[in-house]
Design a protein around this ligand. Structure first.
Ligand code: SF4
Ligand code: FES
Length: 247
């Protein structure tokens, strides 16, 4: 395939950015989107030009580091991560626009890299359980009903990629937050801090500048881990309960 790429270039957080057009030849359908960008960067290096900065780590769809807005869609046209998107999803002659996540709470660091440490601060606010130190207890000493275990596991699949924020017109992180609240709220170990957790995490979410949820559903549609929108209902229910309890 021969592709035209319009890629957002921005030298730093405080300078203006713009789209720059590149041609890439000999793109195989078996390449991942990031491998295709690697090929472009080798091309730029050999021409003595500055390569394009983008994030990645595992390249296996499990770490949440990668994330690009590809022709207006978070992670591109498939329900997967950018690193697991393959070029067979595109056709010879296509023009593809590549942008970083756009959200005030995710400031651009350089080119396609954004600062997602706001997610870390939300987790630090309450996305954990307090456990005694020492040896791990026998797993079967705390029974968990199968339905709760399954929902906790499904919610724990969130990899913190930020696609939900990028896809949301309000730049809300409620799907991410709902996934974390649901994952911990479904298991017995998550109960002691359940009320304080939701209040602190929602306060941090708002403090970071993420928007509110207005039930549009773009977050869930863009999520590579198919986190369902009903985790946001669980989040709101937990918040109402905590406020009723005086938190
Ligand atoms: S909810 Fe989905 S889209 Fe949002 S951060 Fe988690 S995995 Fe990414
Ligand atoms: S690089 Fe780890 S999920 Fe894409």
């Amino acid at each position: 395939m021969r592709l035209t790429l319009k890629i957002w270039r921005q030298a730093g957080p405080d300078v203006a950015g713009d789209f720059v057009t590149y041609q890439v030849d000999d793109v195989s359908g078996d390449m991942s989107f990031l491998e295709m960008l690697d090929v472009l960067n080798e091309q730029l290096n050999s021409e003595g030009k500055e390569p394009i900065a983008f994030d990645s780590d595992c390249r296996e769809g499990i770490c949440g580091m990668c994330g690009l807005m590809i022709s207006g869609l978070a992670h591109g046209p498939e329900v997967t991560t950018t690193c697991q998107l393959h070029m067979r999803s595109f056709s010879d002659g296509d023009t593809i626009t590549v942008e970083p996540w756009r959200a005030d709470a995710f400031p651009i660091i350089r080119d396609l890299i954004v600062d997602r440490s706001a997610f870390d601060r939300i987790i630090q606010a309450g996305g954990f359980i307090t456990v005694n130190t020492g040896a791990a207890p026998e797993a079967h000493s705390v029974p968990v009903p199968k339905a709760n275990a399954d929902r906790a596991f499904d919610s724990a699949k969130c990899i913190g990629c930020g696609a939900c924020v990028a896809a949301c017109p309000n730049a809300s992180a409620m799907l991410f937050l709902g996934a974390k609240i649901t994952h911990l709220g479904e298991v017995p170990q998550g109960q002691p801090e359940r009320d304080s957790r939701v209040v602190k995490m929602v306060a941090q979410h708002d403090h970071e500048g993420f928007g509110g949820c207005t039930n549009i559903g773009e977050c869930s549609a863009a999520c590579p881990k198919e986190i369902p929108q009903d985790v946001i209902s669980t989040l709101n229910k937990d918040l109402r309960t905590a406020l009723r309890h005086g938190y």
